[in-house]
Design a protein around this ligand. Sequence first.
Ligand code: NDP
Ligand code: HSE
Length: 437
Amino acid sequence: MRLALLGCGTVGSEVVRLLHEQSADLAARIGAPLEIAGIAVRRVGRDRGDLPVDPALFTTDPLGLIKRDDIDVVVEVVGGIEPARGWLVEALRAGKSVVTANKALLAEDGAALHDAAAEGGADLYYEASVAGAIPLLRPLRDSLHGDRINRVTGIVNGTTNFILSAMDATGAGFAEALEEATELGYAEADPTADVEGFDAAAKAAILASLAFHTRVTAADVHREGITEVTAADVASARAMGCTIKLLCIAARGADAEGRETVSVRVHPAMIPLTHPLASVGDAFNAVFVEAEAAGQLMFYGRGAGGAPTASAVLGDVVAVARNRLAGARAASESAYADLAVRPMGEALTRYHISLDVADRPGVLEAVAGVFARHEVSIATVRQGPAGGGPAGRGSDAELVIVTHVAPDAALAATVRELRGLDIVGSVTSVLRVEGGQ
Ligand code: NDP
Ligand code: HSE
């Protein structure tokens, strides 16, 4: 089995190392020796330490490498949309199996890759693209294909989980926790993709596509990051017996006409400390799957890093190599359900709202009236000393209100109207609550 490796950075160099260290075992598991035939990189002259590989294998011509007749499997660990899309479409159409960790490409245009794989009769595997080392996509794609998945809730971004866990543990603000994450090497120099939720949204699209047999792209995913989460939000969550996590949530539901649809969203949310995802700390990932017959399943582990991600890549390499030797191919993409994606306004969720209000008769009635007008049912109300509204507006009590489940649009409209009330000094915190009743 001859392999073209595209990319030799954090993940690619670990693929090389593991392939070298385990070559005898891998050959035995596949039934044929596995050999790296070439490695495409951007800079051939880059210092790659003591990587156990012949320097003559490096090239700056990925397409030339892919087109070689002796290549069986193409492993792409470069990232980004182009030129990776062109390379992989070329490989798949030519009947070469592809293993990729490229979540951005799969979420933006997975259809192009699946179509090319079908055209070329080739395998397309991408276990490493979501939650690094955690075996998750193949359980969704194979093991759970006899069941009906209703909901997938995940912590799929390690950087933001590290930041939120640090805020929860130390009471630090977002900026301080991000600084620590950067110093420890969890956050990149430009942390936008992680802290603004783009990385998690790409993974949510891939998970939803597999779970619901529907093509879901990153553009279909409602996305909010964690930059607005404050130390006060985290303290409010604690006071409610909750913690805050950046969640990706993909769920079945019905639209107003009763048609089955899916909603896919990424945003910070409070979850009860008793929920299995609440104990997922540090930079770990976990995905909680709820299926009709299987019930609740949880997948947990390292979602990033060279070696953990390379472990998932190599698992895929063994699978596609075995298929090739057997003259077989894995089942094609399953997108038969073709469900519509519901807009965020129709997603059902609960809100936790803190507001500073005047402490005088009739205030609670006026606030409750806003919820009633938007048909949002209040679950709990707690009043305490003011959290510090603007001076001169009589803000001398804090109300903390948790709602029952309602459409997100109704909840958002409720908050908008509350902000306009004279008796409300300020709405100090608005967070969704998930994983409860
Ligand atoms: P790196 O930036 O560390 O490595 C990228 C590699 O691609 C480098 O070897 C680089 O060459 C090469 N490269 C870049 N542009 C080109 C080009 N135009 N032609 C040829 N080679 C090129 O990325 P990672 O290893 O971190 O990530 C790779 C993929 O894996 C991405 O899709 C990422 O999303 C995914 N992933 C990464 C995880 C992680 O923890 N790092 C976890 C899960 C998925 P050179 O060495 O010369 O610079
Ligand atoms: N940046 C990602 C994270 C790792 O923090 O989880 C790659 O998916």
